[in-house]
Design a binder for this molecule. Structure first.
Ligand code: IPE
Ligand code: MG
Length: 234
């Protein structure tokens, strides 16, 4: 979700107004995903690098997180949304940590959409924390590193048990991944939108999904091989 600050600056408003508007876009997008049968939506809300922003902006973002977690849970439950937060939440203040745990617990039985919020998340952090936990749990890997492969690491990633993402959407016009789900995006289709995040809505989502529908996903195979495989066994 990128472009909140620029959305506001263009209107001669403080950047933080853009973050509030961005929350409206989150609500709209989550509901549009539920209506379209999307089963997993992962939003990059705060990266491990975002701490470098001015203290006041970071503090507004934290307050916004807490109030959103408290205010939106009812709506999430009504929509059948399960909330999950990934990232190093131990760096957040205790009030926010509690709000996160409570929102996760209250939505734990919902099954329509898994909404994952990446907060104080970084793709490199995820890979290194996964490796550390793998080695702690399976010390035999230290002497036999050949035991470590993709499948061994996967259960320790923050996204363990989730399918790999089909589509990555970045708003705000930049064309980079910025340390989002680095491992998980290996075969994901990338889509970049010029819209600032506060302007993102159901129609913008449909444009991204339509673009995804035009891609041919080969997973390393040739076009002819993909065409020869029955669609249901792909
Ligand atoms: C994204 O919008 C929101 C967060 C990272 C929290 P930005 O705040 O990055 O907006 P721009 O890129 O400055 O416009
Ligand atoms: Mg930005």
């Amino acid at each position: 979700m990128d472009g909140n600050g620029r959305w506001a600056t263009r209107r001669f408003l403080p950047r933080t107004v853009g973050h509030h508007k961005g929350l409206d876009a989150v609500r709209t997008t989550v509901e549009a995903c539920v209506q379209r049968g999307v089963e997993y939506l992962t939003l990059f809300a705060f990266s491990s690098e975002n701490w470098r922003r001015p203290e006041e902006e970071v503090s507004v973002l934290m307050t916004l997180f807490v109030s959103a977690l408290e205010r939106e849970v009812g709506r999430l439950i009504r929509n059948g949304v399960r909330l999950k937060v990934i990232g190093d939440v131990s760096a957040f203040n205790p009030v926010l940590q509690t709000a996160i745990r409570e929102a996760e617990a209250r939505t734990a039985d919902n099954g329509k959409l898994v909404l994952t919020i990446a907060a104080n998340y970084g793709g490199r952090w995820d890979i290194t924390q996964a490796m550390r936990r793998l080695l702690a749990e399976r010390p035999e890997c230290l002497t036999r590193p050949e035991l470590i492969d993709d499948a061994a690491l996967e259960p320790f990633l923050a996204t363990a048990g989730m399918p790999e993402p089909d589509l990555f959407i970045r708003t705000g016009g930049e064309q980079r991944i910025s340390n989002f789900l680095l491992w998980q995006l290996a075969y994901t289709e990338l889509y970049f939108s010029e819209d600032f995040w506060p302007d993102f809505d159901a129609a913008a989502l449909d444009r991204a999904i339509a673009s995804f529908g035009e891609r041919e996903r080969r997973f390393g195979r040739t076009s002819a091989q993909v065409a020869a495989v029955a669609p249901q066994s792909r």
